[in-house]
Design a protein around this ligand. Structure first.
Ligand code: 4VN
Length: 305
């Protein structure tokens, strides 16, 4: 009956790893180009049998095991994804069935790379309203399904994976100290996916991240001392430039995109889970989570986990 609290974090990725050199066999690119322009060294790619639902379910199972909570006690499941296996039923509904969360309502949230941030903000409000006490917030993607493998400007950037958190209402103080979620549908055409494979105006999205997202982060942090920045893992050069623009040490911008590429809605929860497992991120710290991408959507949460 208190504030939202993160009780468990978990992540997973397909076993198959594809290196930059592997990609250079398939298209006219090189490890040198990908590494220097993006910071990405490898990505995980789903096998033909592995779906977004499989990845999301694996995260859900890990969250239940590590928290010792039974599926029947969950009140909601939100899966942030832009690569649902089917539009209907939703990924979240399939996860609900697979884990036996018979008392949970479940739905997918589509906000591209901002999906996890939007979903966590929403879960916090579900808990704040007092009607729901426990739930899962998962970001899960098989970007490999929606890529144009003949387009070297996008195919090298993305990867597959899933991450998530189990939240309940046992917090003694607010999880979210400040938030600001944004959308500009008028620039939606700069990054599209759906009826045809993913297409991106790289220059426009890069500029959007540098201008609008940096401004949004600055607004949310104001003069708060932030321990770590967990930003959408799109491109290491973005993180370099943002740290300079925000006048924050680059070491505070956690990064794992070298191992995963851009996993869209999964990138922030995978990063959070890895950094907590390594003991770099822990409770009491103040974190800035920021997602940004298709829609265009963007948003930042200042959280104390
Ligand atoms: C946020 C961003 C990106 C993104 C945009 C451009 C870009 C990633 C363009 C220039 C190219 C290297 C790659 Cl900032 C994507 C998303 C979508 O999740 C969100 N890379 N690049 C070069 O020539 O250096």
């Amino acid at each position: 009956m208190g504030f939202t609290k993160i009780l468990a974090v978990a992540h997973t990725a397909p076993e198959k790893i594809v290196s930059n050199d592997d990609l250079a066999q398939l298209m006219d690119t090189s490890d040198e180009w990908i590494r220097t322009r993006t910071g990405i060294l490898q990505r995980h790619i789903a096998s033909e049998l592995e779906t977004t639902t499989d990845l999301a379910t694996r995260v859900a199972e890990k969250l239940l095991i590590s928290s010792g909570i039974v599926a029947e006690s969950l009140d909601f499941i939100i899966v942030a994804t832009m690569t649902a296996d089917t539009v209907m039923p939703s990924t979240a509904a399939k996860v609900q069935a697979r884990i036996g969360a018979v008392n949970a309502f479940a739905y997918d949230l589509t906000a591209a790379c901002s999906g996890f941030v939007f979903a966590l903000a929403q879960a916090d409000k579900l808990i704040a309203c007092g009607s729901y006490h426990r739930g899962l917030v998962i970001g899960a993607e098989t970007m490999s399904i929606v890529l144009d493998w003949s387009d070297r400007s996008t195919a090298v950037l993305f990867g597959d994976g899933a991450g998530g958190v189990l939240v309940d209402d046992s917090g003694l103080s607010p999880l979210i100290l400040k938030e600001k979620l944004r959308t500009d549908g008028s620039r939606g055409e700069k990054l599209t996916c759906g009826k045809s494979p993913l297409k991106m105006d790289g220059r426009a999205i890069f500029d959007f991240a540098m201008r609008d997202v940096t401004h949004n982060i600055a607004e949310v942090i104001a003069d708060t001392e932030v321990d770590y920045f967990l930003l959408h893992q799109a491109n290491a050069r973005i993180l370099d430039k943002m740290s300079r623009k925000l006048k924050q040490p680059r070491e505070k911008f956690l990064q794992n995109l070298q191992d995963y590429g851009n996993t869209s809605a999964a990138s922030i929860p995978i990063l959070l889970s890895e950094m907590m497992a390594e003991g770099i991120v822990h409770s009491e710290q103040v974190l800035l989570l920021s997602g940004f991408g298709g829609g265009l959507t963007w948003g930042s949460l200042l959280v104390q986990i």
